[in-house]
Design a protein around this ligand. Structure first.
Ligand code: ZN
Ligand code: ZN
Length: 479
């Protein structure tokens, strides 16, 4: 039986902090979390107790009251922690069956989609007490020891850097491309750094431009590896349509997506979860959370390996949800198992399938309302009609829908890709091999705060003067 007791700042739905007394009790069956003497969370096996050393403040923390998870909670998910022998660890935040190392018949963990496990808690975001408190309970297989070559200042950024690297690998820029990162700041600077690091590692010639509103951020983007900087207004009105092959929107601003769509020839990558409507669509944050793409429905002459459902490599006949009122073309039935109907009924039908994931692999949607319905078919239910990393396909006939995004997809074949959490091992390996990249902490972090001053850290993190704030815990005795 292990027990720790401590006082930590709870974050409340009114965006204020309040001190609470916590106790973690652990035994062979798992851990129990008590707040002010009351049992608030019972965890099964597969967690280990670590002491938090540092924790970064990210935009998700600042918008935590907008997310669909209960408060109060100790938040903070960008954690550098130490174990009982003072070894340093970074912690994968999705406490899935796979990350906990527990047996289950979870289709998502089995399919290698553990960051989408529907039964996961999320460290410092959903239920699991986070790294702004002095102790955390981390999923055992989600703890990665930090190599000596990676200093604390870079290790505390591994969670957002892994997310940035995942975006870069999802985009997969090609030789000769011109890639723009729109609005690099807290997360976007790490996207610039990840592009520069990956480009170096792969020896790929592509150009990287940072689009900033503030010249000082441009200088910083150059330090992180951008080849060029453009200082632009809110709509980047000085830049012509199709100025770049790929535009990565890291602004966190719903108005920026239309700008990214206008500037991109081939692909827009969306890396923002602001929880607000954008480009005539209500559920784009759900799209990013589920890492779903939006692209044009190919014609019958345009299939083979390139078809969106072939790229998913499901190993079986792809499942397709058809939402338009017009019937599907006859050739589609030869490519995929097609179900037509109302989105909520289709969600139930695919959820009852037992081979593979209980979702459609792709959905076809011809209007903004149908795209929204493919992302969140049932109000108050966080399940998508489409599987994580699947796609929503828009027919060419949908041009003129009123959504600038869907019009660009339908009329000129623009692709929208999205991504969320990344692979910590890949991020650590890239950092450990690149001393220049290891300086990303000293370049990005503008403010440090003691954990006792968490409210001040949040106030500063919201200000324009701050790019990145990190909270430091006093060095106590090892666990
Ligand atoms: Zn974050
Ligand atoms: Zn699972």
């Amino acid at each position: 039986m292990a027990t720790v007791e401590f006082v930590a700042h709870d974050y409340g739905s009114d965006q204020t902090f309040a001190a609470a007394r916590y106790r973690f009790d652990g035994d062979a069956n798992g851990w129990r979390v008590y707040r002010d003497g009351r049992l608030v969370l019972e965890l099964g096996p597969g967690y280990r107790l670590l002491r938090a050393r540092q924790c970064g403040v990210c935009s998700t923390d600042l918008a935590r009251h907008l997310l669909p998870f209960p408060l109060p909670q100790v938040i903070g998910h960008e954690v550098l922690a130490v174990d009982e022998r003072d070894r340093r660890h970074v912690v994968e935040i999705n406490a899935s069956h796979a990350a906990r190392g527990v047996a289950s018949d979870c289709a998502f963990c089995r399919a290698g989609l553990s960051t989408h496990c529907p039964e996961r808690w999320t460290l410092g975001i959903h239920a699991l007490p986070g790294g702004f408190g002095p102790w955390i309970l981390a999923p055992v297989r989600g703890c990665l020891e930090v190599p000596d070559a990676v200093p604390d200042s870079a290790a505390v950024l591994v969670e957002p850097f892994a997310a940035a690297l995942h975006a870069v690998r999802t985009v997969a820029a090609q030789p000769g491309d011109h890639v723009a990162v729109l609005g690099p700041r807290r997360l976007g600077m790490l996207v610039v750094a990840a592009f520069a690091g990956e480009r170096q590692r792969q020896g790929l010639p592509y150009r990287l431009t940072a689009l900033v509103r503030d010249r000082a951020l441009g200088d910083r983007a150059r330090e992180f590896g951008a080849d060029a900087v453009e200082v632009v207004d809110d709509h980047a009105s000085a830049l012509g349509a199709g100025s770049f092959d790929v535009v990565v929107d890291t602004t966190g601003n719903p108005a920026a997506l239309a700008t990214a769509v206008r500037l991109a020839r081939r692909e827009v990558h969306l890396k923002s979860t602001h929880g607000q409507p954008s480009c005539g669509l209500a559920h784009l944050t759900g799209l990013v959370v589920d890492e779903i793409a939006i692209e044009r429905l190919p014609g019958s002459a345009d299939l083979g390996e390139a078809a969106p459902w072939q790229r998913l490599r499901t190993g079986r006949r792809p499942r397709l949800a058809w939402l338009p009122s017009a019937p599907p073309p006859a050739w589609l039935a030869a490519e995929a198992f097609v179900r037509c109907g109302e989105p909520a009924a289709l969600l139930r039908a695919f959820a009852a399938d037992h081979d593979g994931l209980p979702r459609a692999d792709v959905a076809v949607a011809a209007t903004p309302a149908q795209v929204d319905a493919a992302i969140r078919p049932v109000a108050g239910d966080e399940r998508s009609l489409v599987r994580p990393r699947g796609a929503i396909l828009v027919p060419a006939t949908a041009a003129g829908s009123g959504s600038p995004l869907l019009d660009a997809v339908a009329a000129r074949g623009l692709r929208l890709t999205t991504s969320r959490c990344g692979d910590f091992a890949a991020a650590l390996a890239l950092l450990a091999a690149d001393p220049e990249l290891c300086r990303l902490g000293e370049r990005l972090v503008t403010h440090h705060f003691a954990a006792a001053d968490l409210p001040a850290a949040f106030a500063t993190a919201r200000s324009r003067a701050c790019i990145k704030a990190v909270v430091d815990h006093p060095d106590g005795a090892p666990a």
